[in-house]
Design a protein around this ligand. Structure first.
Ligand code: 5GP
Ligand code: MN
Length: 356
């Protein structure tokens, strides 16, 4: 058993103890949640509802709960809107807007947030929580919890949420499975990325046994768009640029999706999210970047690497976070300046071995 493994085991024990002694558990995932953030949180919300319902727990049950538990689940976006592609997930009724989130939670659990600022308007609640359990898999995680359940080897936060539900002694229902499966397929790119391990497929098999339909989940997540999306995609692809010298000569392709693009077709911010999946195909570039202008006029930047460049480190250097091959940051100013700053960071982290 490695030292990290022992340490993580101790954190799990502390997490279960804190949850078991709580009368109120407050859940939060990162802003503008993706399938992993919201799916993991909703799955745990369903499980806590089951495990924490005092009186319904048979005496022989392994549930750690000693009292009835109130569960609050939210994310720190104002306005508070569930992304359209995630509305099929069961459990919307378990969510409340951030204004109704306790200012000083007894026990708070965060999902898929690499740093406290990713909680948006719920960041102060996290800072004031008596016990803060951080469930995450980002290497860039700042370990901002009192209990840090952070496993970089996990393909998704959903893997950790699945583990948590098991340790709470709760059996996986179809509703929980849908959230966890959405997390797993989101973060592995439908089992395409290198994070896809035997363990990922084993977990997927267990989830599918609850009767959920993988085809229906994929269709909701990726195979639906209003007609106006074609106009937005056309505009974004039409101004894509290739920078062959970037990323130590391995190439970078980038484009923007502006507020004007979205306004022309009546589309919300999330319509811009899938553009990166087209850009990242391009053979001449190891790195793909999309600058998505949000409703406040800031750039929400998505970066992807095919394997050589560490876009996670470049994004961390610019105040963001993420993984080695998929990361992001927030910026403002002219798009060309943002790309220039990103290329400078990429040049630093892509310097040949021994050159630093
Ligand atoms: P995406 O490009 O899909 O929004 O995000 C890719 C990865 O980078 C995800 O793991 C996401 O959590 C992370 N990420 C994206 N934007 C930001 C950001 O502004 N700050 C931080 N810390 N991480 C980000
Ligand atoms: Mn994730």
């Amino acid at each position: 058993m490695t030292a990290e493994h022992t340490e993580l085991e101790a954190e799990w024990a502390r997490a279960i103890k804190a949850l078991g002694g709580a009368t109120e558990i407050c859940l939060a995932c990162h802003v503008r949640p993706d399938g992993d953030a919201l799916g993991s949180m909703l799955a745990v919300a369903h499980a806590l509802r089951t495990a924490g319902a005092a009186g319904r727990t048979p005496p022989a049950s392994p549930s750690p709960f000693t009292a009835a538990v109130r569960v609050v689940a939210s994310f720190g976006d104002r306005p508070f809107e569930i992304p359209r592609i995630l509305r099929f997930l069961p459990g919307a009724e378990l969510l409340s807007p951030p204004d109704r989130f306790p200012e000083r939670p007894q026990v708070m659990v965060t999902f898929d947030a690499a740093s406290a600022d990713r909680l948006g308007v719920l960041e102060p609640s996290a800072a004031a929580a008596e016990e803060l359990i951080v469930l995450d898999h980002h290497p860039s995680n700042t370990r901002f919890g009192t209990v840090n359940l952070i496993d970089e080897a996990a393909a998704a936060t959903a893997v950790l949420a699945f583990e948590l539900i098991g340790r709470l002694g709760v059996g996986i229902t179809r509703d929980m499975a849908l959230g966890l499966y959405a997390g797993l397929v989101t973060d592995t790119g439908s089992f395409k990325y290198s994070s896809t391990s035997p363990r990922v497929h084993e977990m997927a098999a267990l989830l599918l046994r609850t009767g959920i339909e993988p085809g229906a989940v994929a269709r909701e997540l990726w195979d639906r768009s209003p007609f106006g999306f074609l106009g937005l995609l056309g505009a974004a692809l039409g101004r894509a640029r290739l920078e062959p010298a970037a990323a130590a000569g391995r190439g970078l392709v980038w484009t923007t999706v502006t507020r004007a693009d979205r306004a022309a077709h009546g589309l919300a911010f999330e319509a811009a999210e899938s553009v990166i999946d087209v850009l990242r195909r391009i053979d001449e570039a190891d790195v793909a970047v999309v600058l998505k202008e949000d409703d406040d006029g800031c750039w929400q930047v998505s970066a992807r690497s095919k394997g050589q460049a560490d876009v996670g480190r470049a994004c961390v250097a610019l105040g963001g976070g993420g993984h080695r091959l998929a990361a992001g940051f927030t910026a403002s100013g002219p798009a060309s300046d943002v790309i220039a700053a990103f290329c400078r960071q990429l040049a630093i982290v892509s310097a040949p071995a021994g050159g630093r």
